[in-house]
Design a binder for this molecule. Structure first.
Ligand SMILES: Cc1cc2nc3c(=O)[nH]c(=O)nc-3n(C[C@H](O)[C@H](O)[C@H](O)COP(=O)(O)OP(=O)(O)OC[C@H]3O[C@@H](n4cnc5c(N)ncnc54)[C@H](O)[C@@H]3O)c2cc1C
Length: 395
């Protein structure tokens, strides 16, 4: 075992960002990823303004901006009336360093992070290698793996579990996810369409009492991801037909809808009670799950990654006691329940209101109209929807 080495389980965006943050601080780090390479299937792609300073700190923001779609505006269309309610991220210019959001396909962001990571001699990614269990003692953690190089265990001083919602690391620690699960599942697919011609901005909500939709441009000029919700009691079979029928309702002017393969996912507001157990830390979906309507799952996970890389490096260097890792756990869990769950839940009830009474959508539209009309109210609204307190504008 290399002294103070870190093994990151999971090469999703959170795991790769944690590893890059550690490598840039000179830590030896190995990422162990079950898949043979970055996930090219359709996935999350929305990066909110709170994560942009951290991506800049990792040295990937400029390339991400060049490769992706800059989102300067978020717009809602009210289906029943055609009304447009508009929010301009520019109102944040005085209070955050990067007053925009970014859409970038998962695999492109993953490749940017891997490319940077591989420039560090002490960093490596073991693709196609699955972690099956772990055991820790006072000096380190032994991780069982299955991969192309066999199943010899790996050992590191610290392990980060960034292995997603079904985390083997979390289960190995005996930690559960407490909270609630929504009555709906989300169904999502990619479509090739000119939704911009219909007035859709790269981040767009269609709002309707009978259930709306999110449309977001992930691959300009015509690659859009569409997300709707349905009762999770419905059989998975038929989800594609139901999604097409739903889209035909919410996008009545779109014409034929060439919908790609449909993915469904249950949605939760759940978290572990602690993100540290001895020499093992959790980050991202392995530690907490929020419904993705406001795009805050990745925001929360990346903010974990940035603060964990800093705390773990300082502890490993001996600059701070390992209380810093308990602070990481406490701070990030508070942030999840206080800053992430409330706006995510409100956004879910706004776009997918099937579980609330009729009056609620009208009330919510009133709030949106008021926020849209006044730049100062709009700023507070967008700050709250960002899922994190504003970080200072650098001088
Ligand atoms: C429909 C939908 C849309 C979404 N859109 C957005 C969005 O636009 N913006 C946003 O912020 N969030 C969004 N989210 C949420 C977002 O997808 C997650 O919060 C985010 O992917 C979490 O990243 P992660 O790296 O923690 O986990 P994951 O992306 O799940 O990565 C975990 C990695 O660990 C690997 N792994 C798992 N087990 C093992 C093992 N035993 N050994 C080795 N490797 C392992 C997996 O292969 C995977 O690569 C969306 C979610 C859904 C369902």
């Amino acid at each position: 075992m290399v002294a103070d080495s870190v093994l990151v389980v999971g090469g999703g965006i959170v795991g790769l960002a944690t590893a890059l943050g550690l490598a840039r601080r000179g830590r030896p780090v190995t990422v162990v990823e079950r898949a043979p390479g970055p996930d090219t299937t359709s996935h999350d792609h929305g990066y909110n303004w709170p994560v942009l300073p951290g991506l800049a700190g990792l040295g990937v923001l400029d390339d991400a901006v060049s490769a992706g779609t800059v989102v300067t505006e978020w717009r809602c269309t009210v289906l029943a009336t055609g009304e447009r309610i508009r929010f301009d991220y520019g109102v944040l210019a005085d209070v955050v360093p990067h007053a925009f959001c970014l859409n970038l396909p998962h695999d492109r962001m993953a490749r940017l992070l891997v490319d940077r990571l591989e420039r560090h001699s002490g960093a490596e990614v073991l693709w196609g290698t699955e972690v099956t269990g772990l055991e820790q003692d006072g000096a380190g953690v032994t991780v069982s793996v299955r991969g192309p190089d066999g199943d010899a265990p790996l050992r590191a001083a610290w392990v980060v579990g960034a292995d997603g919602a079904r985390s083997v690391v979390r289960r190995g620690l005996g930690l559960g996810l407490a909270g609630t699960t929504w009555a709906e599942r989300l169904v999502a697919a990619d479509v090739r369409l000119d939704l911009a011609a219909l007035g859709h901005t790269p981040r767009h909500y269609v709002l309707d009492q009978d259930g709306g939709a999110i449309t977001s441009l992930f691959d300009a000029p015509d690659g859009w991801r569409v997300v709707m919700a349905e009762n999770r009691g419905l059989p998975v079979e038929g989800a594609q037909e139901r999604l097409v029928a739903g889209l035909t309702r919410v996008l009545p002017d779109a014409g034929p809808l060439p919908v790609g393969p449909v993915g469904g996912s249950r949605i939760h507001e759940r978290a572990v009670e602690r993100m540290r157990a001895g020499r093992v830390l959790l980050a991202g979906d392995a530690a907490h799950l929020t419904n993705p309507t406001a795009g805050l799952g990745m925001t929360a996970g990346l903010l974990d990654a940035f603060s964990l890389a800093e705390a773990l490096s300082e502890v490993a260097e001996g600059g701070r006691s390992d209380d810093a890792l308990d602070d990481y756990s406490g701070t990030r869990l508070h942030a999840f329940w206080d800053d992430v769950v409330p706006p995510s839940s409100e956004a879910k009830s706004l776009v997918f209101p099937s579980t609330v009474e009729g009056a609620r959508l009208d009330a919510a539209l009133g709030v949106l109209r008021e926020a849209s009309a006044d730049p100062l109210v709009q700023r507070e609204f967008l700050l709250r929807l960002g899922g994190a307190p504003a970080s200072p504008v650098s001088a």
